[in-house]
Design a protein around this ligand. Sequence first.
Ligand SMILES: Nc1ncnc2c1ncn2[C@@H]1O[C@H](COP(=O)(O)OP(=O)(O)OP(=O)(O)O)[C@@H](O)[C@H]1O
Ligand SMILES: [Mg+2]
Length: 253
Amino acid sequence: MDRIKTGIKGLDELLNGGIPKNHLVLLSGQTGAGKTIFGLQYLIKGIMDYKEKGIFITFEQTKDDVFLQTKQFGWNIKDLEKKGLLKILCFKPTKMHLTIMTEQLEKDVKEFAPVRLVFDSISTYGVYAETISYFETMMDLGLKKENVNLGLTPQSVTRKMIMEIMGKIKSFGVTTLVISELPETSNFLSRDTISEFMADGVILLYYTKIGGEAFGNIEIRKMRYTNHKHGLYFTKIVKKGIEIGEECSEMIR
Ligand SMILES: Nc1ncnc2c1ncn2[C@@H]1O[C@H](COP(=O)(O)OP(=O)(O)OP(=O)(O)O)[C@@H](O)[C@H]1O
Ligand SMILES: [Mg+2]
């Protein structure tokens, strides 16, 4: 099986060599757990160490934000963009119909032909889908009260839109990390409760606090078609980005 190296020190060993090629992996984590840094490292290391082009799509940050976030790890995204190895797409869906955004994304992916893709995040996309698309869908249907009775709620419209965008991303045939917010208290692994079932793999990032000490943890919750480690491991953010540490003791689990 062809695999894509994650570029995260210590993680490929847990994945039996890397992420199976063309998988869509949900990277779900609590706020501040390091999801965006993880995603950017996956792309930048992919370019620098494996000569694989990448696209970063964000609904959350400007290009300047991304530049600052990566600069502290010594990564020069402006240079990678100039060389045509990295593409950063910042979407402001408040100003754009989500369908047009999807069409533009599809065009960019076709033309740029990346090996790696990061989508940051499906949760923000879901919020936009809920606030914009529910209204638009209802307008399309003529704002009929009976449509509400048919069960057309903002949540059902959002779930449908999330299923559509996940399906679209999968159809690109590019090894992708879809970033998602992990609710602090929920039985589901994403806010939308559907993307974890659609993804080929799920990697969870936690922010744990015990006493006065805070640390990060990682768990590979699912990875279709491959064996992988099932334990909980420490994550560390060091000068060169994120890396995986030791397996956690039972106490932390
Ligand atoms: N240079 C650094 N050294 C150590 N820790 C850092 C460094 N830079 C950032 N961090 C930690 O990483 C966290 C932010 O990481 P990141 O933006 O990837 O999180 P996130 O999971 O994407 O958060 P959000 O839910 O807000 O999108 C910071 O809150 C900080 O704790
Ligand atoms: Mg983030």
